[in-house]
Design a protein. Sequence first.
Length: 394
Amino acid sequence: MKEILIVSNYYPPEKGAAANRIEQLALKLYQNKYKVTVICPLGNYPKGELFEEYKGKFSVTEVRENITVKRLWIYPSVSKNLMVRISSVLSFSTGLFFYLLFKKTPQRVIVQSPPLLLSFLSVFVLSLKKKKIILNVSDLWPLAAIELKAIQEHSLSHRFSLFLERFIYRKATLVLGQSNEIIAHVKTMYPYKRCFLYRNFPDHKASQLDLITEENQPIRLFYAGLLGIAQGVLELCKNVDLKALPVELHIFGDGAEKIEIERFILDNSACKIHFHGMLDRNELHRTLQTFDVALIPLKNRIYGSVPSKIFEYGALGFPVLYFGGGEGETIVDENKLGWIADVGNYNELNATLQLISKMDKSELVLMKKRIFETSIEAFNLDRQMSFLLEHDVF
């Protein structure tokens, strides 16, 4: 049995797309006869504090669904302050650096990027030890940080980040990119680098659509995920206009904007927005069975970013209202998964909501069935994994 190590800043029981994505990769490798170990921080995300089972511990080794998970100490934080967030990443990265340097590790290692500092330290040590480094890039940093206005272009932190970025691309044996834009970006620096598209497809476990459409009820739109800077859910709440429509917006999640979102809803009781907090992924899917449309927003168009929610909700059969720009628009449009509104254009978003509000529930039923069937064929994780294995990626 081949051994492989995954280095990631997130892993369940942490919530969110990043943790789910890495777990999915680990489980799929295990199903293909790999012995998989994951190194990650003590569970803390998205709350920014250690989960109860990890408090008072410096490191933990556990087994989750046949995956060995080694958790190292971290100073947890979800602060919007860049230096505080860097300190948090550095606290885990330091322990990880010495672990990779002195511990015996498999010849094959998957390194998740971002965070950029974590991936740099990992790639640096692993390149010294002549390991096969599979760099899994889910977002382009520092480019995304510039677009999110988290750092200033041409600043010292920007120039330093560019150095880290070029280093990890140069030293990686090959690169997995979650979008064609990511691969194109890497190729501009290193044209001959082996790169492969690795979409964040879900593992289709349902053989038939199990959504329930409730007649004579408002159309229930939902957002489920992180409530952070990139998603811009607070701004969306302030600008979406549902008052005259038979449409409700339900929000599930946690993150930096949670308290402000709760306060806004409390102060605007007529806004027809409901907040439900963070639910376990399986519980969330059960809760969403009677909902109608998935809302996927981004605050700004982020080059290289493709929200994994597009694939996850398509696999469940939900029509998507996509409000994030970029390559995600192309995926939604080409696969006829729902509606698109230009990122940041709330007039267009509200006009699209008016169109959705005029749909009969019977139309939504047909749409859900078609999207479910499309997703099974178009977003096939097993087929994607087979292709990568055939090309000796892992």
